[in-house]
Write a protein that binds this ligand. Structure first.
Ligand code: SF4
Length: 569
């Protein structure tokens, strides 16, 4: 296997000598030489493999695993897969082993990972900007029916995720996807993941700038490029030109947010360093304005700073947010400009803060007089047959364009006014509603224990139960309350940004035994209400108590709120 380490733009000797602040350590006995492990930053000379993940990436560039899947594993089956590929490099092509059915959440942390592995895979299809044609939607639906036991989830990163995939079928799945311009390349792994893009790019009347060309430019130039395929950890991008900032830019590693420069016109404000999980941080403005045609170049510079200066020693500190927090954005900008762009960026203004959600559900007029229809299924759960049905319905109503959204929703674009009602009724029958009530609209859930090896509790089915019960008990709410469920302390469903965020864990049951439940976070939000929900000490509910708990919180909010008050205020 070859060793691939992307070239740095300047020799290490030319680089600044110290890039990280001193960290507190115990007193060193006099006369003993200082031993420094550094943070694993390549640019400062720490290139030794520092943990198992770094060793795996050093042993072989993960992009090389595709050839082994096609030439060896698809023929030899699951048993033929090298363990390093199975639990590491497969991710670069959107493949994770899924959880063996029937293993309860209490065993997640105690079993060896191999005991949790099923012989089937989760496959993530990347949909940059969420943009799909009905032909592409039909291909995904048919792959689900033929190879994934009909499973399909629209994720909160605009991907579609399938389950029950066999390695033997992966080459045929790639062939079908690539025939319609889709792929799974770098859908997971320590690399640039799918580019979130405004779901209303190019059609919204109030759009500041259309991000479609910038997204296409990044994908074409850099996705699958070995220079950017070995990053310290995942690298999440969001680009929007819509005033509602509809791509959760605050919690991405890098975001370009539409803004009008008083002299130069429409472009993007550059943000870096957002992310959730166990150390949530909001992205910070760099203070630079980037014109659309320079987005890809600036994106590559930020990505390269992360690759070369990002922390690789500890996985828990390897996201770009830790580097930005330690350096500050001024130093980050200076290193990016001096060492990578070799020029100064234009200073720019801050975009206006959005005052409402950008989930785009419902019927909305486009700038060309047609309409887009935003559809919601509970927590993005759908099926291959529903996606096939949707493709037919959309075409029967005169459109060929669909978008996935970062809120686990789907939009149908380009609908004539006289087709809207008929389309809405037809999609309702497929589980996608254009008029969901506040609960159905505002619940999100991650994959959870059904398929995820890190999960402690069930999430998707529980989200559906909670919605059914709250609808029966409370009816429709006039003010949405967002409820997000995670199956473990990772934050795939963004619990810290929800009104009611629920982190899956085992909690004491009625008889003192450990049962599935949730730690509650209250009052998170983005946009005008940007801030993380407060974790209330000792505030934990069992899964069985969850509908009662949410009902109590909702009733208290409705009873006590001032006129026009939203939950997060
Ligand atoms: Fe899996 Fe945890 Fe992410 Fe849910 S939050 S998908 S359980 S890793």
């Amino acid at each position: 296997m070859s060793t691939e380490t992307p070239a740095s733009p300047r020799p290490a000797a030319d680089r600044p000598a110290a890039a990280t602040p001193a960290r507190t350590t115990a007193a060193r006995p006099a006369g003993k030489p200082r031993r420094t492990k550094g943070e694993g930053q390549w640019a400062l000379g720490y290139r030794e493999p520092l943990n198992a993940n770094e060793q795996s990436k050093k042993d072989d560039n993960p992009l090389n695993v595709r050839a082994r899947i096609e030439n060896i594993y698809a023929h030899g089956g699951f048993a033929s897969i090298d363990p390093g590929d199975l639990r590491g490099r497969f991710r670069w092509f959107g493949l994770y082993t899924q959880r063996k059915p029937g293993i309860d959440g209490g065993k997640t942390a105690t079993l060896d990972p191999s005991e949790l592995d099923d012989e089937f895979f989760m496959l993530r299809i990347r949909i940059d900007g969420g943009a799909l044609t009905t032909d592409q939607l039909r291909v995904i639906g048919q792959i689900s029916v033929d190879f994934a036991r009909g499973t399909a989830d629209v994720t909160d990163r605009q991907n579609v995720q399938l389950h029950w995939i066999r390695v033997e079928d992966v080459p045929e799945i790639w062939r079908r996807l690539e025939a319609v311009g889709l792929s799974t390349t770098e859908a997971c792994g320590d690399c640039p993941r799918v580019i979130l893009g405004s779901p209303v790019a190019g059609i919204a009347a109030d759009e500041i700038i259309d991000p479609t060309p910038a997204i296409a430019d990044i994908v074409e130039r850099y996705i699958g490029d070995p220079q950017y395929s070995n990053l310290p950890r995942k690298f999440k991008t969001a680009i929007t030109g819509h005033p509602l900032q509809d791509v959760v830019p605050e919690i991405n590693d890098i975001a370009f947010v539409g803004v009008v420069h008083p002299e130069h016109g429409p472009g993007y404000d550059l943000w870096v360093g957002g992310g959730l999980s166990t150390n949530p941080m909001l992205a910070q403005r760099v203070g630079a304005w980037v014109p659309g045609e320079e987005v890809a170049e600036v994106w590559a510079a930020v990505c390269a700073v992360f690759r070369d200066y990002g922390y690789r020693r500890l996985r828990t500190r390897a996201r770009i947010k830790f580097l930005v927090a330690d350096w500050g954005v001024e130093k980050f900008r200076q290193v990016m400009e001096d060492e990578y762009l070799h020029r100064r960026l234009v200073d720019g203004p801050a975009p206006a803060v959005p005052t409402r959600s950008g989930d785009h559900v419902g019927v909305n007029e486009q700038k060309d007089g047609k309409f887009f229809v935003g559809l919601s299924a509970v927590a993005g759960r759908t099926s291959g047959s529903a996606l096939l049905g949707l493709a037919d319905v959309v075409e029967a109503h005169g459109s060929t364009r669909v978008r996935t959204t970062p809120m686990q929703k789907l939009l149908v674009l380009d609908v004539e006014a006289d087709q809207v009602e008929s389309l809405s009724q037809a999609t309702e029958a497929l589980g996608w509603s254009a008029r969901p009530d506040a609960w159905r609209r505002s619940v999100m859930a991650c994959t959870g224990i059904e398929f995820c090896k890190l999960a402690i509790v069930e999430t998707k089915a529980r989200a559906a139960t909670v919605v059914d019960q709250l609808e029966a008990r409370l009816g429709a709410l006039d003010s949405p309350i967002t409820v997000h469920l995670n199956g473990c302390p990772n934050s795939c469903a963004r619990i810290q940004t929800a009104d009611i965020g629920l982190k899956g864990q085992l909690v004491p049951g009625p008889g003192g035994e450990q049962v599935e439940g949730f730690q509650v976070h209250l009052g998170g939000g983005l946009g005008l209400d940007a801030g993380f929900g407060r974790k209330l000490r000792g505030h934990k509910v069992t899964a069985d108590e969850l509908p009662d708990y949410v009902e109590r919180v909702a009733r208290a909010f409705v009873a006590d709120r001032a006129d026009g008050e939203r939950f997060a205020q």
